[in-house]
Design a binder for this molecule. Structure first.
Ligand SMILES: [Zn+2]
Length: 238
């Protein structure tokens, strides 16, 4: 039997273990992604609502400044009217004061509408922030659990990877390079069994010229002609 065969099989078992742990890690991360998505949705909502609230607040402040200016103008006209003795000028000032009063009323109502709107928007931002806080409280224990589980899995994975590297380092160098290349390019195992002189990965017959090597070595390192898998005979291992 080729002495590399048990070592190859050992590396493959350890690769399988690493893959299992990685799959587990992905699964618990996917669970957490659901929690993250719920949190991100509310955060996006808060950001959007805050932008709108700020914009409305800005417009409200502009309207307030405009209103204040209009009030001062109006007050000035009113005082001039009180002091005016010339009836013709007074009549003109009276008309200006009336017009100013209606402009003032319009601007006051604009400002009130914006102030109301700004209040409503600020309330909805505050409500969304409360919902976020509630959600984060609700998620707290799940997040803590996940962090614990993740740390455990990370440690397992690091250990499994180092065991795998240890096993791989025992392989003859060119064989290791070949194994790794196959491992990275294949969805299925690198080492597959031969059954009735057939590759069990792709079900191609092993040519008769290679059967004697397979029987003698227990393994066809050069691999299946069709799919490249390293083929071995399980019988030689017992
Ligand atoms: Zn094959």
């Amino acid at each position: 039997m080729n002495p590399e065969l048990p070592k190859l099989l050992d590396v493959q078992v350890k690769d399988g273990r690493v893959a299992e742990i990685v799959a587990h890690q992905r699964a618990i991360d996917a669970e957490m992604a659901v929690f993250d998505a719920a949190r991100d949705r509310i955060q996006a909502e808060i950001a959007q609502a805050s932008r709108t609230a700020e914009e409305i607040g800005r417009r409200r402040d502009e309207a307030a400044a405009k209103l204040e200016k209009q009030r001062i103008l109006h007050e000035g006209r009113r005082q001039r009217l009180e002091q005016e003795r010339n009836p013709r000028v007074a009549a003109q000032l009276m008309a200006d004061v009336d017009l100013g009063r209606s402009i003032l009323a319009q601007e006051e109502s604009d400002w009130l509408r914006l102030a109301d709107d700004a209040n409503t928007r600020a309330t909805s931002v505050a409500a969304a922030k409360e919902r976020l806080a509630a959600l984060l409280t609700e998620q707290e224990s799940a997040r803590a659990d996940h962090a614990l589980k993740r740390a455990e899995i990370d440690a397992l994975l690091a250990a499994a990877r180092s065991e795998r590297e240890g096993a791989a380092s025992l392989l003859e160098r060119s064989l290791r390079i070949r194994y790794d290349r196959l491992r990275n390019s294949r969805q299925v195992d690198v080492l597959v069994m031969a059954q009735n002189a057939i590759c069990t990965a792709c079900f191609t017959s092993i040519p008769s010229s290679r059967i004697s090597t397979l029987n003698a070595e227990g393994v066809l390192i050069e691999g299946c002609e069709m799919c490249g898998a390293i083929i071995y005979l399980p019988e030689v291992l017992v």
